[in-house]
Design a protein around this ligand. Structure first.
Ligand SMILES: [Zn+2]
Length: 316
C-alpha cells in the first residue's frame, strides 16, 4: 500500500506548498450600475465586464455574439431582472440552466416595488434611482460574489459595508438637496418613465413622455397633454436623458413656445445608463449625485454646482 500512496502524497505536498497566483473571479454585468456596484464590492478579486456602456438603453439592448461568449465563460453573470432587459429575458432564462446567473433586483421586497400601468402584473424596474432601494440589489450582488468565491467572503462583506455607508451619505444628500426645491416646482418631466421611485422618495410628481419602457411610442396626444400642463403650471424646465432620444422633449419645448411659454432643458439626466468610464458620473454614486444636483438646481433649489463631494464635471 505505502509505495502506491507516495506519489499522491508528494503531489499533495506540491499543491499545498506551491505559491498559487490567485485568479480573479470573472463577472459579467448587464448595466453599468450593476457593474460598478459589483466592482465596489468585489474590489481586486473580480474582473468585471459591463455589457452596456454610456448611452445604451437596457430596454432595447440585445446580447451580441461577443457578449454571449463572455457570459458563457464567466464565473458569474449579473443582470437586473424585473423585465428591464426585456429583449434578453429568454436568453437569461436559458443561460441560468447551465451557468451561475443572478437577477439582482428580483429580490427587492415586493412591498417596495411600484406597479406600472404599462405592464400588467409587472413592476417598475428603475430601482437604482433611490440609493435605499439599490441597497437591496447591492446585498444580492454581495451574496452572489460570496457564493461564487467563498474564500474572499470577508473582503466582500467589508467592501459592501463601505458601499452601504456611501449609499447612505448619497441618500442624505438627495433628501437634503431636493427638499430645497419650492413645492410648486416639484414636477419632473422626462423622456421616459424612469423616475417614479425617485418621485415617490422625494415628493416629486413625475411625468414621462414615453412609458416605462422606451419602446412605447409617445403619441401626439400625450405631448399635447404635457404642453398644457407645462403652460398651466408654469413649469420652467424639462430634462433629457443620456440613453433616450431627445426628440420628444424638443417637441414639448416647441409646443410650449408656440403657446408663449418658455421652457428650458434643465439638463441631461442619467436614467438607465451612467456617464463615461473614468468620470465621477461614470459611477453609480456619481450618476445619482449628478441627477440630484441637476434637478435641484434647475427647479430652483439649492445644491453645490459640483455636487455632493465637489466631483461633478463643471458646466453640467
Ligand atoms: Zn428605463
Amino acid at each position: 500500500m505505502l509505495p502506491r500512496l507516495t506519489p499522491l502524497i508528494a503531489a499533495l505536498i506540491l499543491t499545498v506548498s506551491a505559491p498559487v497566483a490567485q485568479a480573479q473571479l470573472s463577472v459579467v454585468a448587464t448595466t453599468g450600475m450593476i457593474a460598478d456596484t459589483a466592482q465596489e464590492i468585489g474590489g481586486d478579486h473580480v474582473a468585471l465586464r459591463p455589457l452596456m456602456g454610456p448611452g445604451v438603453d437596457p430596454h432595447a439592448y440585445r446580447q451580441t455574439r461577443s457578449d454571449i461568449v463572455a457570459m458563457t465563460r464567466a464565473d458569474l453573470v449579473l443582470w437586473h431582472g424585473l423585465f428591464l432587459e426585456a429583449q434578453m429575458e429568454d436568453f437569461f432564462e436559458d443561460l441560468a440552466r447551465s451557468r451561475n446567473v443572478t437577477a439582482v433586483a428580483e429580490v427587492t421586497p415586493r412591498e417596495l416595488l411600484l406597479a406600472h400601468e404599462d405592464y400588467a402584473n409587472r413592476f417598475d424596474p428603475h430601482l437604482w434611482m433611490v440609493p435605499g432601494l439599490w441597497r437591496h440589489a447591492a446585498m444580492e450582488i454581495r451574496d452572489a460574489l460570496i457564493a461564487a468565491d467563498p474564500e474572499n467572503a470577508q473582503d466582500y462583506t467589508a467592501n459592501a459595508e463601505t458601499f452601504f455607508a456611501a449609499l447612505e451619505a448619497l441618500s442624505d444628500y438627495a433628501t437634503q438637496s431636493l427638499s430645497t426645491v419650492p413645492e410648486a416646482q416639484r414636477v419632473l418631466v422626462t423622456a421616459h418613465d424612469a423616475f417614479n421611485y425617485f418621485g415617490q422618495a422625494h415628493g416629486f410628481e413625475v411625468l414621462g413622455i414615453q412609458g416605462i419602457s422606451t419602446d412605447s411610442e409617445a403619441g401626439l396626444s400625450r405631448i399635447a397633454e404635457l404642453v398644457d400642463l407645462l403652460v398651466e403650471r408654469n413649469i420652467a424646465a424639462v430634462f433629457v436623458e443620456s440613453s433616450v432620444s431627445d426628440r420628444n422633449i424638443r417637441a414639448l419645448i416647441e409646443g410650449a413656445a408656440a403657446r408663449g411659454h418658455a421652457v428650458e432643458i434643465g439638463g441631461e439626466l442619467y436614467s438607465d445608463a451612467m456617464g463615461d468610464p473614468g468620470t465621477h458620473e461614470g459611477t453609480y454614486i456619481g450618476m445619482i449625485d449628478h441627477n440630484v444636483t441637476v434637478i435641484t438646481r434647475a427647479l430652483g433649489g439649492e445644491a453645490p454646482e459640483r455636487g455632493m463631494s465637489g466631483r461633478l464635471s463643471a458646466g453640467m
